[in-house]
Structures are given as structure tokens and as C-alpha cells.
Design a protein around this ligand. Structure first.
Ligand code: ADP
Ligand code: MG
Length: 403
């Protein structure tokens, strides 16, 4: 990565502003999954061990009304962080003002402070989400250096990332660095053969990803609901399967552009209702009845995809192969997940919220080289788009020795 990281800057005695992604799931004021807090620990610990004074902040959910504030406070996240770090985390229930400024002034080397949900600022004219320049400038004035470790919001230009970077030297934390190295490495300089496997509900969500990966990958395997728009574009009867009529022309163009590179399923698991309690059958993609819908890829397709995956040195997976939430239609996703997880000597990456959830649910999380923490951000990265939260960080030295 050509961006500076926490390792490239002096931290000792510095007030270090750290944008983390503590947008954790909560129920009744309790955190139900602390993965994101755990994932930020290496950066926070490194700053503290090197004598920095860490000032942490994050968004949590969306804030549309005064009532949202009660359930969207970062206090529980600060408490969980204190447990994980084994040290005090001073929580300031404000996003600006005298109390926050005084607490920062009192902070000592190696101590941690966390302030309130950055989106509390959205109640007053969406200042955070619309990157109000005054807000970014104000937050920047609170510290000496800015560390961005929030990959999950790197695809958005908000005051708490881009707004601060405009006013202060900004570097990447370890989590953000890891995401960029894995996803960027896989897309821009992959070990070949590189195989992309794409699924999920809609072609329209993933057009950019398919287009970009058709240029970069050696094979692109398509499953999930979006396979049917492609199959229909080939003239097949897809019955009641998911189809985006307005994307048929585009699907035709992608099929033409992709040629042998684009591999489609040969069989599907079909049912008459969108339900786990209905009858289903495995059927060739050429034999769907008018009243059936395809809800998963079939076993022959899993075998076909597994054969393509067998020789891969880099695999990028985005999107489940079927309606994996229903057990009768989860076998395609499980089969593909297993095929990727069992590859030896390949770099394997999952980018996409539902596919990551599927892999974790199946107990394969450890078998992948990297599971991205940011669904939206990883998708935009796979599309080849520049992420504003990354672009706004300071570039690494060109080799002249400057710091
Ligand atoms: P990701 O979050 O990994 O990027 P998406 O959000 O694009 O994935 O898509 C996931 C959704 O796609 C799941 O809820 C799944 O049920 C749905 N899906 C997959 N295959 C089908 C299908 N054949 N018909 C309808 N929905 C499908
Ligand atoms: Mg999703």
C-alpha cells in the first residue's frame, strides 16, 4: 500500500485521533457481536504501547431523531473496549465542547478516551454524513495526528474521515491496511489463476463488480439470484426465478464480453414457493417449469465450480449461491464455501456481508485468508473505485527518505 500507516509516524506524547468502526450490532443496550472492536485492538494497542494518547470515535447506526440517541450511544462499546484492553477507557458523552476538550487536555501518554457517536452531529444538518468542513476542522483541532482504521466507512466521505484528513496528517491503522493489502492485492496484482465467484440477489447491485472482475480475473463464476438474468439473456426459460428485466441487455453484453471466462450454473434447486416448507427438486437450467423458481445452484454446478476453483491461486468470493437462509437452498453456498476453504496454497478472500456471515455460520472463518469487515466498502473496492477514506491518507515516501 502506498499510504502511510501508524508505523510511519511519531506517536510518543501525541494526541492521536483514531477513527474506528465500532458500528456493532446491539440488542437492549448490549453488544451482540464485538468482532469489530476486537479487530481494532492491534492499532489501539500499538498506539498506546508507543506512548500515544488515543482519542477514539466512531459512528453507530443512523441518527434521524433525538430519540435515536438513547439506543445509539457508544458507551457500551467503550465499556467493552475497556474489558478487552484491560485498562480504563474514559467515555465522554459529547461530540464536541468544553467537557471533551478538558478531558483531552488531561489525557496522559498511554491513556484512552472515547467520545460519542459521530452521527449525533447528523441531527443538525447532517454535518457528519455530509462532511461539513467546519466539523472536520474542529475534530482535527483536537489532536496532533489522525489514524483512520475504519475500513467499513472508507467508501464514504464523512467529516470523521475525509473531513479530518483535510486538516491534519492522516495515516492508516492496521485493520485498514490489511483490508487494502488483501483486497487490493487480489484485484490489482493477483497470483494466477485468479477466480472470482459472485452471487447474491441482484445483478444491479454487482454490475460494477462483474465488469471490473471480468477484466482482472481469469474466470468469473456466477451463481445466486443474479444467475437467472444471465440465463434468460441466453434465451432460457427461468420460470418465476428472480430476474431484472431492465438488465437483460446488459447481461447479454457481459456474456459477450466475458466469453469462456464467464461461467454460469448448469443446474438449480427449484421450488414453486419461496419457502423452506415447500417441495423442491434439482433440475437442469434448461428444464425449469413456468411455475418454478430457482433458489440455489445444484450439485452439478457445485462440482463444475469446484473444478474451476481447484487450480486457483487467488479467489475472491462475493455473494451467496442461493437462498442460504433456508436450509433446503443452502447446499450450493455450503459446497462452494467448502471448496474454497479447502484450497491449499491459495489466497482466499470474502468481500460481502452475507457471504461473510455464511462462512462464519458454517464454521469456515479460519480457513479463509481474509474476510473483509466492510461489505459496502469491499464491494466498491472490487468495482475498482477509489475509496475516499483511503485516498485522503498521506502517501508513503517516494523513496527519497522524507517522513
Ligand atoms: P453479499 O452481502 O454477500 O454481498 P447480497 O446481499 O448481494 O450478498 O445477496 C444476499 C442475498 O441473496 C441473500 O439474502 C440470499 O437469500 C439472496 N439470494 C441468493 N440466491 C438467490 C435466489 N436464487 N433467489 C432469490 N434470492 C437469492
Ligand atoms: Mg448483503
Amino acid at each position: 500500500m502506498n499510504k502511510k500507516t501508524v508505523k510511519d509516524v511519531e506517536l510518543n506524547g501525541k494526541k492521536v485521533l483514531v477513527r474506528v468502526d465500532f458500528n456493532v450490532p446491539m440488542k437492549d443496550g448490549k453488544i451482540t457481536n464485538d468482532n469489530r472492536i476486537v479487530a481494532a485492538l492491534p492499532t489501539i494497542k500499538y498506539i498506546l504501547e508507543n506512548g500515544g494518547r488515543a482519542i477514539l470515535f466512531s459512528h453507530l447506526g443512523k441518527i434521524k431523531s433525538e430519540e435515536d440517541k438513547a439506543s445509539k450511544s457508544l458507551r457500551p462499546a467503550a465499556e467493552r473496549l475497556a474489558e478487552l484492553l484491560g485498562q480504563d477507557v474514559k467515555f465522554i458523552p459529547e461530540t464536541r465542547g468544553a467537557e471533551l476538550e478538558a478531558a483531552i487536555a488531561e489525557l496522559k501518554d498511554g491513556e484512552v478516551l472515547m467520545f460519542e457517536n459521530t452521527r449525533f452531529e447528523d441531527l443538525d444538518g447532517k454535518k457528519e454524513s455530509k462532511n461539513d468542513p467546519e466539523l472536520g476542522k474542529y475534530w482535527a483541532s483536537l489532536g496532533d495526528i489522525f489514524v483512520n482504521d475504519a475500513f467499513g466507512t472508507a467508501h464514504r466521505a464523512h467529516a470523521s474521515n475525509v473531513g479530518i484528513s483535510a486538516n491534519l496528517e492522516a495515516v492508516a491503522g492496521f485493520l485498514l491496511e490489511k483490508e487494502i493489502e488483501f483486497i487490493g492485492g487480489a484485484v490489482d496484482a493477483p497470483q494466477r489463476p485468479m477466480v472470482a465467484i459472485l452471487g447474491g440477489a441482484k445483478v444491479s447491485d454487482k454490475i460494477g463488480v462483474i465488469e471490473n472482475l471480468l477484466d482482472k480475473a481469469d474466470k468469473v463464476l456466477v451463481g445466486g439470484g443474479m444467475m437467472f438474468t444471465f440465463l434468460k439473456a441466453q434465451g432460457k426459460n427461468i420460470g418465476k426465478s428472480l430476474c431484472e428485466e431492465d438488465k437483460l441487455e446488459l447481461a447479454k453484453a457481459l456474456l459477450e464480453k466475458g466469453g469462456d471466462k464467464l461461467v454460469l450454473p448448469i443446474d438449480t434447486v427449484a421450488a414453486k414457493e419461496f419457502s423452506n416448507d415447500t417441495e423442491f427438486r434439482v433440475v437442469s437450467v434448461d428444464a425449469l417449469a413456468d411455475d418454478e423458481m430457482g433458489l440455489d445452484v445444484g450439485p452439478a454446478t457445485v462440482e463444475l465450480f469446484s473444478n474451476v476453483l481447484k487450480d486457483a491461486k487467488t479467489v475472491v468470493w462475493n455473494g451467496p449461491m442461493g437462498v442460504f437462509e433456508m436450509s433446503n437452498f443452502a447446499k450450493g453456498t455450503i459446497g462452494v464455501c467448502e471448496a474454497i476453504a479447502n484450497l491449499e496454497g491459495a489466497i482466499t478472500i470474502i468481500g460481502g456481508g452475507d457471504s461473510a456471515a455464511a462462512a462464519m455460520q458454517l464454521g469456515y472463518a479460519d480457513k479463509f485468508s481474509h474476510i473483509s469487515t466492510g461489505g459496502g466498502a469491499s464491494l466498491e473496492y472490487l468495482e475498482g473505485k477509489e475509496l475516499p477514506g483511503v485516498a485522503s491518507l498521506s502517501d508513503k515516501c517516494c523513496g527519497c527518505g522524507c517522513k
